[in-house]
Design a protein around this ligand. Structure first.
Ligand SMILES: Cc1cc2nc3c(=O)[nH]c(=O)nc-3n(C[C@H](O)[C@H](O)[C@H](O)COP(=O)(O)OP(=O)(O)OC[C@H]3O[C@@H](n4cnc5c(N)ncnc54)[C@H](O)[C@@H]3O)c2cc1C
Length: 583
């Protein structure tokens, strides 16, 4: 088998992967990125902020010090730290939050200094930058540092040495159908979210949680896998725009309306007015709007033909419309303008809540080491930073984590030797990847569809014991060996990819459901209809999934006071928001 050797292997080339590779190279390591798509055009990073305006965040004082005309001198890193923990409803890993707050100004400065023509708009703590600008900044950085890149190659499994250390990974070259290995002193996973475990998602098609699944198979510990952020205002129809979050980007405005199939506004039916106001004017809109949409569609049965609701814009007069367009100038041209016109001409556009961001993932410590020796992870494939709700920027998360993970991996590699793969481990990983050529004949797309249906029904916006138990049992009942390739060639075989992706989807989905069943409360983005309250007596814990089992780990609460007892889910959100320094 062809084997490439390197000091630091980085899997994935979104913001986290690119930043990690550049940091590893700066740390003196020979760095190699292997990614499933094109190095500068794959993953969620490119879509951030609908590639119009993704928020990148740090504390207001640091922002003000950058000389870009925004920020807040009265803010501080301490306030930002406390707010992130409140927004995470106290579950956040404190070490990861400290690391985020400390390094956020560094990465923002990098982007601003590398893009002299950028005149970002923003407010006290955030500036808006298109996802592609972020990617291009760090793509340039890895090219300047001569980082090696292998594109169009998908991670199959992590490979261990005989002593159990992660010694690299096995990949499939998707174009030629060749399986190859990378032998590395340190490995960084930066493979993004698990979006396509769900049938409706805002993420790109390649994101199915293959990094998380490989980590689980290798015995790594996962954290808070039950925490999934759904984005309201994601287009369901027309097909050409399905998955676009543009309506969400422009929704926090007085002109925005959400209507059911009968043309009625419905938010106030499911939320108290105070929560409706929050949903419209705060970053907590994601879960509140998704909750109201879920109730209207699934409980009231007032969903539209596409299974969702209508996003509409209502303007008082032409002046109002012009002011709106001036506020969102990207709506004046190109595809965004087409979408805007569609909304106006069709009395709105069909939208629903889509799986959008994964708050849980691979457990890492503040040096971004995982529970497996030799393995690091960064970005959305990790968990813990944002606890039960990401309000602050995931874009900043991926960059600060990539930076630190790359540094740590390079330092680790400097003191490590290249270890030979355990032969049994290598043989098994290759044999497993070739199973669809030997086993069942069913088309693996059918399995993907089944997993999507099961996970969307059992682990959607609102969950309950019965639904989750049934969903987990249904996942356990799926037999991967019944599925196989539909064509027998290796080169660019889409059905082989489908089989491999469905294998990872099954692994991740079981972890999401098993972890969800352990949390008998509602908190942040995790909503249970049968436990519709936040329980600070019993559930100030993170879930830890490993080898098919879940344990509960208390979260250190020393730094931010937490009210004891149980509080209704919505009341708790309102209470938390009152405690924020910016509320
Ligand atoms: C539509 C959308 C809009 C968003 N808007 C915002 C926003 O405005 N603000 C914000 O803060 N956050 C936003 N987010 C979230 C944010 O963009 C992501 O959390 C962040 O970009 C993740 O970066 P990452 O590097 O961890 O992963 P990604 O950018 O997703 O990159 C993952 C990489 O891993 C590769 N990969 C995956 N599987 C494999 C495999 N098997 N083998 C090899 N490589 C693999 C992919 O090809 C890709 O290169 C948005 C997300 C979406 C989907």
């Amino acid at each position: 088998m062809r084997t490439i050797t390197t000091d630091v292997l980085i899997v994935g080339s979104g913001g986290a992967g690119l930043r990690a590779a550049a940091a590893a190279a700066d740390g003196g390591a020979k760095a190699l990125i292997v990614c499933k798509g094109k190095v500068n055009r794959s993953g969620s990073t490119l879509l951030a902020g609908a590639n119009v305006s993704a928020d990148v965040m740090c504390d207001g004082r640091s922002m003000a010090s950058m000389g870009i005309g925004i920020g807040d001198e009265n803010d501080s890193k301490e306030k930002f730290y406390k707010d992130i923990i409140l927004e995470g409803v106290w579950l956040n890993d404190r070490g990861l939050v400290k690391q985020y707050v400390e390094n956020a100004p560094t990465v923002i400065r990098e982007i601003v200094e590398n893009n002299k023509n950028l005149h970002p708009k923003g407010d006290d703590r955030e500036i808006g930058i298109p996802g592609s600008t972020i990617i291009d900044t760090y793509y340039k950085m890895i090219r300047e540092r001569n980082v090696d890149v292998v594109e169009d190659s998908s991670l199959l499994d992590l490979l261990k040495a005989s002593d159990g250390t992660v010694a690299g990974a096995l990949f499939l070259d998707l174009i030629h159908g060749e399986i190859f290995a990378v032998n590395a002193k340190a490995t960084v996973l930066a493979t993004g979210g698990m979006h396509n475990c769900y049938s409706f998602t805002s993420g790109t098609t390649g994101l199915v949680g293959e990094g998380q699944a490989a980590a689980i198979r290798a015995g790594a510990e996962m954290i808070d896998m039950e925490m999934v952020t759904f984005c309201p205002g994601v287009i369901t129809h027309p097909m050409k725009w399905r998955g676009s979050i543009l309506p969400y980007i422009i929704h926090t405005n007085d002109q925005f309306r959400l209507k059911n199939a009968d043309g009625e506004e419905f938010m106030a039916k499911h939320l108290p007015q105070s929560a409706v106001d929050l949903a419209l004017h705060s970053e907590w809109n994601k879960m509140l709007l998704c909750y109201a949409m879920h109730k209207e569609v699934n409980q009231e049965g007032k969903g539209d033909a596409y299974g969702g609701v209508t996003f509409d814009l209502e303007f008082k007069d032409e002046e109002d419309e012009q002011a709106f367009l001036d506020h969102y100038p990207f709506l004046k041209t190109g595809t965004c303008n087409e979408m805007f016109r569609y909304i106006k001409d069709h009395g709105g556009i069909p939208v629903y809540g889509a799986a959008h961001y994964f708050d849980g993932g691979i457990f890492v410590d503040p040096s971004f080491a995982t529970s497996l020796e030799g393995l690091f992870a960064a970005g959305e494939c990790t968990g813990g930073t944002f606890g039960s709700n990401r309000v602050s920027a995931a874009t900043t998360q991926m960059l600060v984590q990539g930076l630190e993970a790359g540094k740590s991996a390079a330092a680790y590699a400097a003191g490590a030797e290249l270890k030979a793969f355990c032969p049994v481990c290598l043989e098994k990983a290759e044999k497993d990847a070739l199973r669809p050529f030997e086993e069942g004949k069913e088309d693996p797309r059918k399995l993907k569809k089944k997993i999507n249906e099961i996970v969307s029904a059992g682990a959607g916006v609102v969950r309950d014991e019965k639904g989750m138990t049934e969903a987990l049992a249904a996942l356990e009942a799926q037999d991967l060996s019944a599925y196989g390739v539909t064509v027998d060639t290796r080169a660019y075989n889409r059905s082989w990819m489908d089989w491999l992706e469905s294998r990872s989807m099954l692994t991740c989905s079981k972890a999401i459901l098993a972890s969800s069943l352990m949390r008998k409360e509602s908190r942040g983005v995790f909503i249970r209809s049968d436990y519709f309250y936040t329980d600070n007596d019993e559930y100030l814990v993170s879930t830890r999934y490993k080898d098919g089992r879940v344990r509960l780990e208390p979260v250190d609460q020393a730094d931010v006071p937490v009210p004891a007892g149980r509080l209704g889910y919505i009341e708790n959100i309102e209470d938390v928001i009152k405690r924020l320094s910016y509320s």
